[in-house]
Design a protein around this ligand. Structure first.
Ligand code: Z5A
Length: 211
């Protein structure tokens, strides 16, 4: 048995620490786990990550370019890493996946849902996460946490309104999914982790795994 679990949310939501807790929990129950991040996760996808996050001075990065790079990286990761791992019976815990494109390129940049849907179908077909944990946070709070790290990359430099639109899109898209749980990420880190583990427990129980 294997599953693809994705953790989504704005910067500073606490995805990294939640993923650490999920992996520890799954491994404690003798499950073999790998983690991924998007964009990235293969040599070529990591190069795309650098490219898409970098500042290009006077050269405008069009929303089409940004969108296509996200899907190019995702295609590399899904075909070379995620699908083979799932086939080998491993659990995959992903730091972001397709919903990030819907939130950032769709909600944030204004790419239409129809365009996103066409690209998704072309790149992923019917492939999608088995379970999504969405860490919901106000952009001001998330960005203030993330900014503690220093210089902002190209996407992080988008204005607050961009992140507010991304959050609204996350919220509306998550509400449409039956296999997703929203966690209030403004709580302290221990509470966020405990709530994430409880949601994971619910998913595992649904799969017949009582951990
Ligand atoms: N992007 C896109 O546009 N389209 C796509 O399709 C995809 C991605 C896949 C990826 O950058 C960028 O690409 C991202 C979206 C875009 N850009 N933006 N802007 P990334 O992977 O480098 O960035 P990120 O995913 O947003 O990572 P992050 O900022 O590290 O977020 P996080 O993993 O959720 O946060 P964290 O590292 O766990 O925590 C950040 C800090 O906050 C850290 O010091 C923690 O100790 C602290 N923290 C975390 N939780 C708490 C709580 N609960 N209380 C207090 N402090 C906390």
């Amino acid at each position: 048995m294997s599953a693809f679990i994705v953790v989504e949310g704005l910067e500073g939501a606490g995805k990294s620490s939640v993923i650490g807790a999920l992996v520890k929990h799954l491994e404690a129950h003798q499950l073999s786990v790998i983690t991924t991040r998007e964009p990235g996760g293969t040599p070529m996808a990591e190069a795309i990550r650098e490219c898409v996050k970098q500042n290009w001075d006077e050269e405008k990065v069009t929303q089409q370019t940004e969108l296509l790079l996200m899907y190019a990286a995702r295609s590399q990761l899904v075909e070379n890493v995620i699908k083979p791992a799932l086939k080998a019976g491993k659990w995959v815990v992903g730091d972001r996946h397709d919903l990030s494109s819907v939130a950032y390129q769709g909600g944030g940049r204004g790419v239409s849902l129809a365009t996103l849907s066409t690209l998704r179908q072309m790149t992923l077909g019917d492939f999608c996460p088995d379970f999504t944990l969405y860490l919901d946070i106000e952009p001001e709070l998330g960005l203030s946490r993330a900014r503690g790290r220093g210089e902002l990359d190209r996407i992080e430099q988008a204005g607050l309104a961009f992140f507010q639109r991304a959050r609204e899109t996350y919220q509306s898209e998550i509400a449409k999914l039956h296999n997703a749980v929203t966690i209030d990420a403004s709580e302290d880190i221990n509470t966020v982790q405990a709530n994430a583990l409880s949601a994971l427990g619910g998913f595992l129980a649904d799969k017949g795994l009582h951990t």
